[in-house]
Ligand binder design. Structure first.
Ligand code: AMP
Length: 301
């Protein structure tokens, strides 16, 4: 049995679903039926924190916020194949369920849903969520199909868990907008946006940081420094979007290990690129260090 399987009720060798596992006060469920049974006994309001596991302080902050605001806190842990556009990325996505469950317990979550593939996508699965304009630029352009995959799995989560509130990080700024739009348009739930948690040197926490070599890790805070340089230009009164983007690019260019993919300064709501910054805007970037791709952003508002 794997480390994860040993931690909580997996499907056993005969293929029968083991009973839900309790780790301290935390209930861990696998199947849709187990989830429904557990939820029916839990008080409302219910807050949901969707994750792909390999939990860090960013995820902790979402769970802690849900804990403050909700009678029941549910965390989902599922590495969603449909949102990966490069299969090697999916294969090397870091996983450690035992560690994740310990973190959920520490943050006083009530329930973890850690489903298998078939629990999320039933046999014959044939329905996807179409995403609109806000999903097209930036990450949507760089990773075709990514947001359809995200929106589809999140819609399934919302359908099964029926959360009163769902917590998402501003670290993934475009994802937050895509999900918030979907939640409003399809009348699904209330989406709560949570601030980005950073390492002391400014690097945004991310499950992908584990893939950085020591030299790449040392270089990676350049993302935040570059965004800060852009913010300072804006704070000093610059309103020409091109000049602000150039300030960001100039800082990125000082770091030889950083390969810039895009620097964007876009309308905060629509994510359409700006010529002038006359209202709330989102400054965002994607940078590669070897095969590891990092994103970060800063709201100018
Ligand atoms: P993931 O497990 O990467 O899919 O992330 C699950 C949730 O945690 C998403 O809503 C992310 O935006 C959020 N998240 C990831 N990293 C951070 C961070 N550094 N600060 C705050 N939230 C984060």
């Amino acid at each position: 049995m794997t480390e994860a399987g040993a931690a909580a009720g997996r499907v056993d060798a005969a293929g029968t679903a083991a009973a839900p596992a309790r780790i301290g006060d935390l209930l861990v469920v696998r199947s849709r039926d187990e989830l429904a049974a557990a939820l029916s006994r839990m008080p409302r309001p219910l807050g949901l924190v969707p994750t792909m596991g390999w939990l860090h302080a960013g995820h902790r902050s979402l769970i802690a916020r849900a804990r403050e605001e909700c009678a029941t806190v549910a965390v989902s842990i599922f590495v969603n194949p449909r949102q990966f556009t490069i299969s090697a990325d999916l294969a090397r996505y870091p996983r450690s369920e035992a560690r994740d469950l310990a973190i959920c317990g520490e943050e006083r979550a009530d329930l973890v849903w850690a489903p298998g593939l078939d629990d999320v996508y039933p046999p014959g699965f044939d329905t996807t969520v179409g995403v609109g304009r806000v999903a097209q630029p930036l990450e949507g352009a760089a990773r075709p199909g990514h947001f359809e995959g995200v929106a589809t799995v999140v819609a399934i989560l919302f359908g099964l868990v029926r959360p009163d509130r769902a917590y998402f990080g501003m670290k993934d700024a475009q994802q937050l907008r895509v999900i918030a739009r979907m939640a409003t348009d399809l009348a699904l739930t209330t989406v709560v946006a949570c601030a980005t948690v950073r390492e002391p040197d400014g690097l945004a926490m991310s499950s992908r940081n584990v893939h950085l070599s020591p030299a790449q890790r040392a270089a990676a805070p350049v993302l935040h420094r570059a965004l800060e340089a852009g913010r300072r230009r804006w704070e000093s009164g610059e309103r020409d979007a091109g000049a602000i983007r150039d300030a960001v690019r100039a800082v990125l260019a000082t770091e030889p290990l950083a390969v810039m993919e895009y620097v964007s300064l876009a309308d905060d709501t629509t994510l359409v690129e700006l010529e002038r910054v006359d209202g709330p805007a989102l400054l965002s970037l994607a940078v590669r260090f070897g095969t590891t791709r990092l994103i970060d952003n800063e709201a100018l508002a």
